[in-house]
Write a protein of this length. Sequence first.
Length: 530
Amino acid sequence: MTGDMHIVEKPKPVSSATRWRVLVGAILVQLILGTVYGYSIFWEPLQAEVFPAVLTQAQHDAAVNAGEDVSIAIVVATETDAKAERISQQNYLKYAFSICILSFAVAMVIAGRVQDLKGPRFTAIIGAVFMGLGFVLAGLMTKPIVFYLAHAAFTGAVGIVLLMLFEALFGNVDRKEVPILKHIPLALIGAVVVAGILLGNQYVGKADEFDKLFLLWGTVGFLAGAGIGFAYVCPIAALIKWFPDNKGLVSGVAVAGFGFGAYLFKGQSIGALGYIQSHGIPNFFLVHGAVCFVSVTLGALLLRNPPSVQIAHKLTGESSWQETLRKPVFYILWLMFFSGAMAGLMVIGIVKVFAGEQLVAAAGIGIDQATSSTLLLRGAEAVGWLAIFNAVGRVFWGFASDRIGRTAAFVSMFVFQAGMMFALASMDTELSLAVGASVVGFNFGGNFALFPSATADLFGAKNLGANYGWVFTAYGIAGVVGIAAGNAAKAMTGSYAAAFVVAGCLCLISAGLAIGLGASQKRSSTLSTA
């Protein structure tokens, strides 16, 4: 590092226990945020809650003869058609996960800057409010008032966008000379909110399953994702400042909680899955929303930045987010993150369903419905294994990168992940699926230890919140592309194999990019010291 350094203020001494309290708070926050990786257990219970039952003509006739009310059921000719319809329904629900990931990533761009300015505690509490509210509103999906509020919020957001356009077009107007202009913002927002309520009154409750579907996209998708984005960046940025000599390891430990969070959803008798089976998914959403708000807020209260030393100097390694976006190395890092995240998110979004279908297919076509249902339920075991090794991988790859270097860690992780993606579609036993899910989770988790520390290496720690927020947009795009690719492969071929192969190839490309990035940085370092 070059440049003159002049310390003008000595920092106040801080207890060594403070940074360990920050670490505890970081893990608690990340543990709750990581429950997003358990979303795959939502699809089946939500399907029954949101969509009408799908029956074959024979099943429909039998139900009518038995005196059952099946007037709103979807009737198809064969069981094959029924299976295709159910897959289509679940695909619509899965986009809540894609929207959540995209919102997560986009919100991080904003949250990173807020965190750099306001600190981790304030920003993480905003995340707690958004995430808790998202799940609580989803839990009230049967209440018409929630739909009216959703319409009002949406149209209010439209009003804000219109105000931004108004400012861009008429910002040079002297408002002191035109007093009416200062009243336009409030009037415009009020008008669009009222319009939203009136619009909602025209079709709330009349669009059948699409009412609930759009609400889920907006709540457990957009709103909860924004909450995760606001809270996620805070523990990482704070801990890298508290532990500057162990950026990889501390990043891994911090986000290990995020990787382990989905394990909370796995349990049959204890855990989210068991609670959903006993009490229904709307009740679960209400409880989970409250848990998210309380737990993330408690963790946020333990977060703080280390006392700053006021330094009057120029740090050549520090980049503002504007400078970061002008550097080619940013886009190499972005593409690497996109590939690694796409492979993992594709599997995470469908792991429970995929594992269950593989077990059913391996059992043969002669199994009865009860056995089939049991095998499908066992697919949830893969969620648990993926969550455990997602957490382990974050610590391992973070520790390894501090010891063997970022480049070697990146290349090893991407090659390992590519090999598993190529093999995954052929796995059809409980053991092999557990191993496959574990390896995918192990390597996927490494992304979240390596990329924040690599971002700090390349662009500095001062503006890490904003810089990593921009790098993290790769994760949001990967969530949408990964789920879409998996759905498309399943619809066109009846299998996820083609999508897995594409993801594996992208991982190999990322390994090559990592080698090139490492060589480029080594040359730059050599030139700067020559």
